[in-house]
Design a protein around this ligand. Structure first.
Ligand code: WTA
Length: 652
């Protein structure tokens, strides 16, 4: 593939923080002498007790990852208190409501006070250092208050995306054994209300049946709409906050004390609780936020993600606030109430850098609305999935008017922060390429046997050494952590992504090589969706694969085999009714983001003689790529394929 090259841009209108030579020098040092490099950059955050050790990591044996291990600090202190002398009156969070009628500006002083009060509310009701607190909230400033309040007292937050169902919330409450939940009466998105408190009530019942009792629910009032209420358990945050002091000293936390758990999908099994710790995570999130977005004092920065995902954790909350930036928070959806909403917001608030996902870019492009000139906009960025060159060009020309470089940032929940990305003022841009590794990142492409490939080539993307933001373990299952990430290619961290390296040494992520799907930038495991389908009484077996989708990046294609017994055949409704029921089933078990796009009923699934489902074949049929089905002779029953082809749902 020959790539169009956009030469390195100085045209952010100001001197970028680092230049090409600095990048090269720092990058070399970060690999050759990580202790010196990260020792120096670790001091970008404030420490109550300075560290004397920097890196202590081992990708073999039991896998230990420790950074700054004898340092003591507090993440909330770094995001709030240390800014007060110089920035008390500066806007920390600039929030806009779903309908755009309401704008809230919380200064660092306001945010500090609210976080201290919330922290005292949590303490008053029994939350202690190390306790897990689940957070199930929409995009309102109080979600940031909740996260930082936990961090302030050393409680470990587990934010669950507000689009997840009660079942999904319950399984996450159970997995991390959390006895506390922070939620909202209702959320608002695109003009619709989401009954979060009522969902939470259902989740609490399910969790109780699963053996985990939520003792206190802290409820933020957003809409004032009706909710169920259990006196003694349920507490209004605004009432409680008024009863406590606005003074709450930050808990001294060891660098390796957990800061949060965030659940993400793997290729098998239930979602895993990714554990991030305090010191290294904050150093890495704030450093990447500063250099990738070329963040200068006074910048207005908008990441249009959701706090329910890692992007929101690192680049709406921790990174920007640790850097004392104004972080924009948006409650709604990009095309509501009209196609120009996003651009209107950028101009209303003078946004300097804007970070979103390819799926949103494609949706905005699809509206046909031409973005106006946005004079303050200096930098654009993308995350979540490979960006197709057509969307890149539109983002660059129509949105950025050729003045704003695009940072295509590749990373993962496990990474804590951006891993491969261009840097403003440093990297020549190629539409569709994430280009170069950030400091300390050592990418390696390996073949199926684990052989390291050199030069221009394609392979499975591994990282050969640790970085401070790396996850430390899977909550409650360190062995799964070791097996999933470090045993596939022993001694290396395996990312699960395929990747190409061109002759300039630039990296092009090609997508997951495992059974993880990427639906509109949301990460979902095929195994989770299969489990949701299997739970239906009429389903005997289900296999789920992804296929290319013009808007969502990937769509969800399900093959379902129904129970064959005469009794169940008698209960069987017509196929369309059953399809609708199965879609509902998946939405109920996981949430609307997991809604199947296609369900194909199949009398049988293609299996090898040893009984393994041949997913490669199912993917090809779902993609309507019938010319390249490959060898089907190893199938136990090759005739199964004819039926699958004849009844395929996604015809071009
Ligand atoms: C994909 C999101 C190509 C990738 C931060 C990765 C990307 C998965 C990019 C992680 C990008 C993310 N280019 N692919 N710029 N960014 N991905 O954990 O497959 O929700 O492994 O983290 O998204 O998704 P996660």
């Amino acid at each position: 593939m020959s790539a169009k090259l956009y030469p390195v841009l100085e045209s952010t209108g100001r001197q970028a923080l680092i230049d090409r030579k600095t990048y090269q020098d720092w990058y070399r040092e970060s690999l050759e002498d990580p202790d010196a490099f990260w020792g120096r950059h670790g001091r970008r955050i404030d420490w109550f007790t300075p560290y004397t050790k920097v890196k202590n990591t081992d990708f073999t044996n039991d896998v230990t990852i420790r950074w700054y291990e004898d340092g003591v600090t507090n993440a909330a202190y770094n995001c709030l208190d240390r800014h007060l002398p110089a920035r008390a009156g500066q806007t920390a969070i600039l929030w806009e409501s779903d309908d755009g009628a309401e704008v809230r500006r919380l200064t660092y002083d306001d945010l500090h006070e609210q976080v201290c009060r919330m922290a005292n509310v949590l303490k008053k009701h029994g939350v202690r250092k190390g306790d897990r607190v689940s957070i199930y909230m929409p995009m309102v400033p109080e979600v940031t208050v909740a996260m930082l309040a936990c961090a302030r007292i050393g409680a470990v937050h587990s934010v669950v995306f507000s689009g997840f169902s009660p079942e999904a919330l319950a399984s996450r409450i159970i997995d991390c054994d959390s006895h506390f939940l922070i939620t909202c009466d209702e959320g608002l998105r695109g003009g619709r209300t989401i009954a979060l408190k009522n969902n939470a009530d259902k989740a609490i019942d399910i969790a109780a049946a699963g053996g985990v009792e939520v003792e206190k629910t802290f409820v933020v009032q957003r809409t004032g709409g009706p909710t169920g209420w259990k006196p003694g358990r349920d507490l209004w945050v605004h009432e409680e906050s008024a009863t406590v002091s606005a003074d709450c000293p930050p808990e001294p936390m060891n660098a390796e004390d957990p800061l949060f758990i965030l659940y993400t999908s793997g290729s098998t099994g239930a979602p895993k609780g990714v554990v991030h710790t305090t010191g290294g995570y904050l150093v890495y999130a704030s450093m990447t936020h500063e250099y990738v977005f070329d963040t200068h004092e006074g910048d207005v920065y908008w990441c249009m993600g959701d706090v329910g995902w890692i992007t929101g954790h690192s680049y709406i909350v921790y990174g920007p606030l640790a850097n004392g930036t104004t972080t924009v928070m948006f409650e709604g959806v990009p095309t509501y109430p009209h196609a120009g909403r996003v651009w209107e917001m950028i101009n209303r608030h003078g946004v300097n850098s804007f970070y979103t996902a390819p799926t949103a870019i494609r949706a905005l492009m699809g509206t046909g609305h031409t973005p106006p000139d946005m004079p303050a906009l200096r930098l654009l960025a993308s995350v979540g999935e490979p960006i197709n060159p057509e969307a890149w060009e539109w983002y660059y020309h129509a949105v950025g008017k050729g003045r704003a470089p695009i940072m295509d940032t590749w990373w993962q929940t496990e990474a804590g922060g951006i891993l491969i990305t261009p840097l403003p003022g440093v990297t020549d841009l190629k539409p569709g390429s994430a280009t170069r590794p950030f400091f300390g990142i050592r990418p390696e492409l390996v073949d199926a046997e684990g052989q390291v490939l050199e030069g221009a080539t394609a392979g499975n993307l591994c990282l050969a050494d640790s970085w401070p933001g790396q996850m430390r373990t899977i909550h409650g299952n360190h062995q799964r952590f070791v097996d999933d990430y470090f045993r596939v290619y022993p001694g290396k961290y395996f990312t699960g992504d395929g990747c190409r390296r061109d002759s300039d040494g630039d990296y092009w992520i090609t997508g997951r090589v495992d059974d993880v799907l990427n639906i509109s930038g949301h990460r979902l495991g095929t195994a989770e969706i299969e489990a949701a389908l299997d739970a239906h009484p009429l389903v005997a077996e289900a296999a789920v694969v992804g296929y290319p989708h013009p808007l969502k990046g990937q769509g969800i294609y399900c093959y379902v085999t129904l129970m064959a017994s005469p009794e169940t055949a008698a209960q069987r409704q017509d196929e369309d009714t059953l399809r609708r029921e199965l879609v509902q089933q998946v939405r109920r078990e996981i949430g609307p983001i997991a809604s199947p796009d296609h369900i194909q009923f199949a009398p049988d699934l293609p299996k090898t003689r040893s009984g393994k489902i041949m997913r490669r074949l199912l993917r090809k049929i779902a993609e309507d790529e019938l010319d390249s089905l490959g060898d089907t002779t190893t199938l136990a029953d090759p005739s199964v394929v004819d039926d699958l082809i004849a009844n395929r749902q996604n015809r071009r």
